[in-house]
Write a protein that binds this ligand. Structure first.
Ligand SMILES: [Zn+2]
Length: 425
């Protein structure tokens, strides 16, 4: 396949000859090669998500490896990190290998397996990190739950220091709110009569963890940063040279606490949607690199798990198909960020954090052919019914957002396409 005339983020028009999974020299493309006219389109390196819940095994009614990665390809992702909070939990080398093999047979993009930090996500005893690392896992996380025990977190970071792995923490002190906490603690939660999580439940754990990262030299990754206080802690830690990276979700960049007034449980998520000052803080931090990456925290839920009173509904929302749309609208279209920085935050840097060798590579001859063609000007109201996900908890439904992805090529294979000029073959 020969993609002609696409613009790169640096502004150059380039041809890409995709052959045997890599970019080859366009001058060597045979005359009868399949051609895609990409004039007017932008070529981004395939996006990499550090934080995806694929729900398989255990909740195949909400999502599967096949449907979740198809949603990923529709969103421009060529690699997702599959979180460990499945049923059973991914806490052994055998379970990690099962996901790897199922993905190899069924996935539309690369799947990097995240191993659990503790057995059964119970927060009591380290899982067999060594065996999972030997099988190829580079990221470990109890996401969905916080590794609250300081000594366990220290041991996990010591393992990270010894092996080059990274510990991705869901930073939320479970003891800083009651069992019915379900939103951001603020005047809005008080008006709605809901129990809230204070911003400090997040930043207090991050403050502890960056000091443990300094103590151990183990790499720490902070999942879904949502508060201004966490941004302050990260700035302090990075200024000290502590090995910490951080991600922000599309929903924490765009959606705010007052949406909860509708009572719609689609907006229930952990950490919760915050107020405007926090949104501004995480946007600024993403622009200046204090927050290193965008990650979706794509969290599909069956309708029955959301059709409950707000405090009891499952937390989480979809993200893979609209992540790029949100980042373009909130960050690029407002002038906060340019395209080369978007490529850093959504491809190069997350690939580096997760140590995924074939992802986040330059769009150059000899490199793996992971590329997404986008039309930055295309917009459309978000229609959840057209989603590839099995779930419908899409917080962007009805919003007029960029609808940019035209084609996603993963390891040289067309994983998603709506370019009219590409004849299947
Ligand atoms: Zn989480």
């Amino acid at each position: 396949m020969l993609i002609t005339g696409a613009r790169t983020v640096d502004g150059f028009a380039t041809d890409f000859y995709v052959r045997d999974g890599v970019f080859a020299d366009p001058l060597q493309a045979p005359p009868n090669v399949r051609r895609v006219d990409a004039a007017g389109l932008l070529a981004l390196p395939g996006l990499v998500d550090l934080h995806t819940h694929l729900r398989q095994p255990g909740r195949e009614d909400a999502e599967t490896i096949a449907t979740g990665t198809l949603a990923a390809a529709r969103g421009g992702f060529t690699c997702v990190h599959a979180m460990a909070n499945t049923t059973p939990v991914t806490d052994t080398a055998e379970r990690a290998e099962w996901i790897r093999q199922t993905a190899a047979a069924q996935a539309s993009c690369e799947v990097a397996v995240v191993g659990a930090v503790t057995k059964g996500l119970a927060g009591e005893e380290l899982a067999d990190l060594e065996a999972m690392a030997a099988g190829g896992a580079r990221v470990f996380s109890d996401d969905g739950r916080c590794v609250a025990d300081s000594l366990l977190m220290r041991r996990a970071l010591e393992f990270a220091a010894a092996t080059g792995a990274v510990i991705a923490q869901h930073s939320q002190d479970p003891r800083l709110a009651g069992p019915t906490a379900c939103c951001h603690e603020s005047h809005v939660s008080r008006e709605l009569g809901l129990d809230g999580w204070p911003a400090q439940a997040e930043s207090a754990i991050v403050a502890r963890d960056v000091q443990l990262a300094e103590l151990t030299s183990g790499r720490l990754h902070v999942c879904h940063v949502s508060t201004a206080e966490t941004v302050d802690v990260l700035r302090w830690a990075k200024a000290r040279g502590i090995p910490v990276t951080a991600e922000v979700t599309p929903h924490h960049l765009l959606l705010d606490t007052p949406l909860l007034a509708s009572g719609d449980t689609t907006y229930k998520v952990n950490p919760p949607l915050r107020t405007t000052e926090h949104l501004e803080a995480v946007r600024e931090a993403l622009a200046d690199g204090t927050i290193d990456a965008v990650a979706t925290d794509h969290a599909p839920h069956a309708a029955s798990d959301k059709a409950k009173p707000f405090p009891e509904a499952s937390p989480g929302m979809l993200g893979l198909e609209q992540a790029l749309s949100v980042v373009i609208d909130v960050m690029v279209n407002t002038g906060r960020m340019d395209w080369p920085t978007l490529a850093e935050r959504m491809s190069y840097t997350p690939a580096r954090i997760g140590r995924v060798a074939d992802q986040g590579r330059p769009l150059a001859i000899g490199e793996p052919a992971n590329v997404v063609l986008v039309d930055p000007a295309r917009r459309a109201p978000v229609d959840p019914q057209t989603s590839a996900s099995l779930s419908r908890n899409n917080p962007y439904r009805g919003l007029d957002l960029p609808d940019p992805v035209v084609m996603t090529v993963c390891a040289g294979r067309v994983a998603f396409n709506r370019h009219p000029g590409l004849v299947p073959g």
